[in-house]
Design a protein around this ligand. Sequence first.
Ligand code: C5P
Length: 309
Amino acid sequence: MAEPIFPEPELIHARAPAKINLVLRVGHPRDDGYHPLATVYQAVGLYDEVTASVAEPGVFEVRVDGEDSDAVPAGDSNLAVQAARLLAGEAAEPVGVSLAITKAIPVAGGLAGGSADAAAALVSCAALWDLEATTDDLLPLAARLGSDVPFALMGSTAVGSGRGESVVPALSRGCYHWVLAIADRGLSTPAVYRRYDELGPTPPEPFAVPDGLMSALVTGDPARLGPELINDLQRPAIEAMPALRLLLETGAELGALGQIVSGSGPTCAFLAADQSAAIELSTALSTSGTCRAVRPVAGPVHGARVLAG
Ligand code: C5P
């Protein structure tokens, strides 16, 4: 077939997953205001998609649609735009990009949706600009963009330290079935951390991810993992949104093997024995009137990736 006279503009599609924290231990704030974390991330099968296409050099623009898109900034404060600008600094020639984000991850939900967009922007722009960057090359840029961005690039299951940006893959067997219960509004992450400090917490000694959780992950048995879930931000998140207490209790009564507020909330994650138990739990939770929406998801899944075609 003859080459088209006007070739189609190149479009690079990428997607990146939401995360939950299976353990989130939070220390006293550091001098820079960030809190030291000992956390275990798991990437779950709920994805934002980012499409990158060439724009004039120096132009960085974004369009957002999908879930909660009105709540996502469309200018330079958009984390995906910041990611593109940062990566552009690594390109040999001036570049630009037009990004289109399709959101499925709730905004301000404790699922690192903005970080997923930044990670997807990094991989899509690297491909668009032919930078031949590996995940390892992109990790330091990701860390500059936000605490959860390196994990959004890496995916799977990982232990996080520092302010969350330092990630090391964790040994985990099998597939876990979760039900994410989404609240009808978001929570501000800095506000939840502030409330955590006001509560006068005593971080655990030693400050580390508990061995029990790491051993449970190696068994691949959700009944072992359920009781090991811990989140130090759960109490301040519930104070900010008291309805979460009833939601967590309802999930437990409906047979979840474990339940936890995800990150700084307000999304709650309920662990089920298998896929059919997750679907049953989703139906029961969605008719309980304790949350806005439910999403059955499985994890771990891969990190930010360019999609073929
Ligand atoms: O790193 P990121 O920009 O995602 O963090 C958002 C906010 O969450 C920070 O400005 C800070 O208030 C809070 N945070 C924190 N300690 C962390 C991570 C985030 O206090 N380890």
